[in-house]
Every structure is written in C-alpha cells, then in structure tokens.
Design a protein around this ligand. Structure first.
Ligand code: FAD
Length: 391
C-alpha cells in the first residue's frame, strides 16, 4: 500500500530511482557500515544513470530537470533505505557553478560532470573556529600573479577522497580591511591533485570518525595554489554566491527528510501490524498507532511545504521563507518518524540488521547540517517575523 499521496508526481522518475536502488539492498548498506566504507558502487550507478547530473542544463549534457524533479530523486534514494548523503553535494554545489561560473568554467566542467568523468562532491565552507558564523571565515586566499595561494583550515569537508573538484570559500580581503565581516570572501572551484601529491601541493587531510559513517575530513591548506581563473563569480562576492545556493539546498534536504520519513513510517506500520504481543498486533494499541499516525500527519504537511517551496524556486520567485520552512518542518517530521519507528520496534529497533538504528542516526544529522535548526528559526524570526537580528 502506497502511503504517499504525492506518489503520482513524477512517477517515472520515482520508478527509475527505486529500480536502481533495489540493486543496493540492506545487506549492501550493512556491509558498508561494518567496514565504514564509502558506497562507491551505489554512487557510480547513480552517476551512470545521469541522476547526479539532474540539475545540469541539457545544453551542457545534463538532465535539465527542475529542482522539484531533482528533489524527487533524493527523496526516493532515501525512501529506498539508502542515504543521499553520500552524493547529494553534487546537486547542492552545482548551483554555484551554474549561477556564478563564467561561460569558460561551465564549458570546461559541466559536460565532464554530466558524463561522470569528473566529480564535484566536496564543499569546504565550515571552519573549526567559526562554525555557523560563515561570514567570519578565516582561510586566506592571497593573490600572487595568476594564482591564489590558500592557507588555513576547514573542517567537516565531506567526500574529499571521492571527488575531483571542491568548492572552497576563502577570504580574499583581510578581515580588518572590510567594513562588514561577510565582505571580502570569494569562492573557488578547486581541482584536487591526486592524493599522492597532496603533501607537495600544500594540502593535508585527517578523517573524522563520526556517528553517521559519513566520509568527512579536517583539511589543512598551506600555500595551496589555485589558478586565478578558478575564482567563481566576482572576487569578494563569495558569501553572496554561497547564500544564493541555500534555498535550493534547503529544498533538496527537505525532500531527503521526506524520503526518510516515509521509510520509517513504512517500517513502523509493517512491524506494528505483524508483531504480536499479548495475543494481538501491537499496532492495535492506540499507544502504538497514534504516534505513527501523528508522525504521518506531520510528514505530509512538511511535504506540502516542500512542494510549495520547490514550485516557487522553479518559477524563479522569492522562496527564502518557504525553503527554510520546508527544511525545518521536514527535518522535524523525519526525526519524529525515526523516533516513532524505533519505539515501535522495541529492542529490535536497536539491532543493526533492521537498518533502523542506521537511518535513525542518518536522519538526525539534518537537525544540525548543512544548517542547524536554530539558524533556520533565526532566519524566520528576523526575515519573516521582523524580530531583531539575534546574531
Ligand atoms: C557529518 C557532517 C558532514 C558535514 N559536511 C560538511 C561539508 O561537506 N562541508 C561543510 O562546509 N560543512 C559540513 N558540515 C558542517 C556543518 O555544516 C556544521 O556542523 C553546521 O553548519 C553547524 O556548525 P558547527 O558544527 O560549527 O556548530 P556551531 O556553529 O558551533 O553551533 C553549535 C550549536 O550552537 C547553535 N548556535 C550557534 N550560534 C547560534 C545562534 N546565534 N543562535 C542560536 N543557536 C546558535 C547551533 O545551531 C548549533 O546547534 C558537516 C557536518 C557534519 C556533522
């Protein structure tokens, strides 16, 4: 029984993504978890099928899909029990290149990305000492002739060993020379050398073992050279370029959360119907079924907000509040569904073979990254409700 009332939207995309994901079953994800390995075969299959090039315009060899359609791809990946976190950045980051890249940069990178010959999976924004306060970025990019020399440190740079390109935010004008701390930042599309040449190039990385088995690193730059032609957009406008991409990112994350939410609810209702205790299915008890029904109601409401935000984005209308609302509500709904699913399974929810504890950890991340719930609330409070800026 299909419980998603929106299942008829983009049914062909859903069916194709589900079919691909069927090839990567629970045993595949459990083996990766045990080995703490990256899902290379899964990401390669998505790339071959063209799904990671969904947002690249057809003129550059991509899928030319709308944001709503691309969001359905990520939703279905997560609903299948897989994790978009292994590859979603390629969709998130693409926007910066599409909107702010020069024609020469687009010609150079987009067709190769669309063909799957290049990967754009890393996004180096967060720094250890500044965290959420992106405007205070310290990593420096100093112009020297026809190149910039990057020095500084990033943290939580994900998929570094599984990408060819990295989008990097760095300061091109020292903090003391700008009126506002968000000024003087720039973004670069960095071509990473092979790992064997990192030390010589002034690049070092240390993996961060973490709760979601996410491949992520601390990265150190020491006069790491980037050609000046790899500056994306105007020098000093980097923060604006990053902020520009946030609405799309939030809508895509909301869709991933919705996919997780349906996965948890499918599992919860199936188990609640099958599991018999005290001579009846546990789902016959209102104490078990009401939390499932409530989580379902909240998930459907969040999903409507996600479609509203995606439609606004695709019509090129202002969608900041809608995108933020969609991300907030969907992350809360998937987390509620995760808790309900775990509770419904009792002790078995903790057993790795049920996949619930893995998905539970994975969906929890969306309360923190790529943007934390508090920062979304701060956005709504300030920009929608007119309250004083809190940070
Ligand atoms: C698995 C994982 C993968 C990641 N991948 C990437 C990546 O690929 N690239 C990248 O650049 N980053 C990545 N991140 C980083 C992520 O975006 C940050 O963790 C996130 O933005 C929060 O920053 P922080 O961890 O420094 O928290 P902090 O900024 O230290 O904040 C800590 C807590 O305080 C709250 N807080 C801070 N200031 C305020 C305020 N003014 N008002 C209210 N609450 C506040 C925050 O909401 C948060 O809950 C990843 C993180 C994780 C965990």
């Amino acid at each position: 029984m299909e419980i998603n009332p929106q299942a008829g939207r983009h049914a062909e995309i859903r069916a194709a993504v589900r079919e691909l994901c069927r090839g990567f079953d629970s045993a595949y994800w459990q083996k990766l978890e045990a080995e703490r390995a990256y899902p290379e075969a899964f990401v390669a299959a998505l790339t071959r099928a063209g799904w990671l090039a969904a947002l690249i315009p057809e003129a550059y060899g991509g899928g030319g899909l709308s944001l709503e359609e691309a969001s359905v791809v990520l939703e279905e990946i997560n609903r299948s029990g897989a994790n978009s976190g292994a590859c979603h950045a390629q969709m998130y980051i693409m926007g910066a290149l599409l909107r702010h890249g020069s024609e020469a940069q687009k010609q150079r990178y987009l067709p190769a990305l669309a063909r799957g010959e290049l990967r754009l999976q890393s996004f180096a924004v967060t720094e250890p000492s500044t965290g959420t306060d992106t405007a205070s970025t310290r990593t420096l990019a100093t112009r020297e002739g026809d190149r910039y020399l990057i020095s500084g440190q990033k943290v939580w740079t994900s998929r570094l060993e599984h990408t060819d390109l990295m989008l990097l935010l760095a300061r091109t004008t020292p903090r003391e020379q700008v009126a506002k701390r968000g000024q003087g930042l720039s973004i670069f599309l960095v071509e990473l050398p092979p790992a064997s040449q990192w030390a010589e190039a002034g690049l070092a990385a240390r993996p961060i073992r973490n709760m979601v088995g996410h491949e992520t690193f601390e990265v150190f730059f020491d006069r790491f050279a980037v050609p000046a032609e790899n500056l994306v957009g105007a020098e000093g406008q980097g923060l604006r370029c990053i902020l520009d991409g946030m609405n799309a990112e939030r809508i895509l994350i909301a869709a991933e959360c919705v996919g997780d939410g349906f996965w948890f609810l499918d599992r919860a209702r199936a188990y609640a119907s099958e599991r018999r205790v005290f001579d009846r299915p546990i789902g016959q008890n209102q104490g078990v079924q009401f939390p499932i029904a409530r989580a379902y109601a909240n998930l459907l409401a969040a999903d409507l907000m996600r479609y509203d935000a995606a439609a606004r984005f695709d019509r090129a209308q202002a969608c900041g509040p809608a995108a933020n609302l969609a991300k907030l509500l969907a992350a809360d709904a998937s987390w509620e569904a995760a808790n309900v699913c775990l509770q419904t399974h009792g002790g078995f929810g903790f057993a790795a073979e049920f996949d619930i504890e893995r998905k539970f950890r994975e969906t929890r991340l969306y309360q923190v990254a790529p943007v934390s719930t508090n920062l979304i609330l701060a956005h709504l409070a300030e920009h929608v409700l007119g309250l004083p800026r809190s940070y």
